[in-house]
Design a protein around this ligand. Sequence first.
Ligand SMILES: O=C(O)CCC(=O)C(=O)O
Length: 244
Amino acid sequence: MELITAEQVAEFRRTGFVRLEQLVDAEAVAELRVAYDALIEQGATGAGTRDSRLGGLTRQIVHPEKSHALFEDNVALRAGREVARALRDWDEPAYFYSQLLFKPPGHPHATPWHQDDAYGAIPFAAAGTPLSHASLQFWLALDDVDVANGCMHFHPPLSDDRVLPHRVAAGDPHADDRLLGLVDDSCIDPEAVVARPLRAGGATVHDSGTLHYTPPNQSARPRRAYIFNFADPAFVARITGQQG
Ligand SMILES: O=C(O)CCC(=O)C(=O)O
C-alpha cells in the first residue's frame, strides 16, 4: 500500500497539512481501539504516563506507551515514520511523543485555533518566535470523524512564518496540560478553513506551525484520536539535552 503520493507531499509542502485516506487498515484500527478503550476506561497509571484533561476539559493521555505496550510499537507508528521520511529530509525522523485525545459523545469543548509551536514554552511561546518546522503531528482517527464529532480543521499558512499571539484558554497556565488558543481569531479566514473528515484508519499530518482547530463533539458517536509526533532528530536532541 502506498502511504503517501508525490502529489500529497507537494500539497503538504504548500499548505503545511495533508490528509491520508488510510494510514492503517481495519485490523490495526480494531487492535488500537481495544488498547485505547482499556486506558480510557481503566485509567492510565504507568510511570511516565500523564492521564488528565487538556485544559481541565478534554481527556488526554500523554505517553500511553508507558501504560500499554501496543502504543510503544504498532503499525500506525511504523507507517507514520515512513510518511515522515517522505515529507522531510531529516536524517531519521525521531519519535517525539504520543497522546490519546478523547471527545466522547456530546463533549461540549472545542480545541481552539492554535499552532503546536506555541506549546514550546510555559505558559506559551512568545508571539513572533520563528516557527520551528521541527515536527510533524499525526492525527489518526480511530472512529469515522466529521465536523459533527470533532474532525481536524486547518488554515493555510499566513505570510508571517512566526508564532502568533497565544493565551492560556483553560487550565493551570504552568501545567503541562494547559490548553492554548489564539488571542485573536480574526486572522482566521472562514473561507480558507479546511475541514478534514476521515474514515477510521485515516490520518492527517500537520507541521508544528500549522494553524488548526477541532470543534466539540455534537454527535452521539465517540471521537477517539490517537496522536503521535515525529520530529527532526537535532530538535529532539536539543530538547532532551535541555531536560537532562
Ligand atoms: O484533537 C484535537 O482536539 C486537537 C488535536 C491537536 O491540536 C493536535 O493534534 O495538534
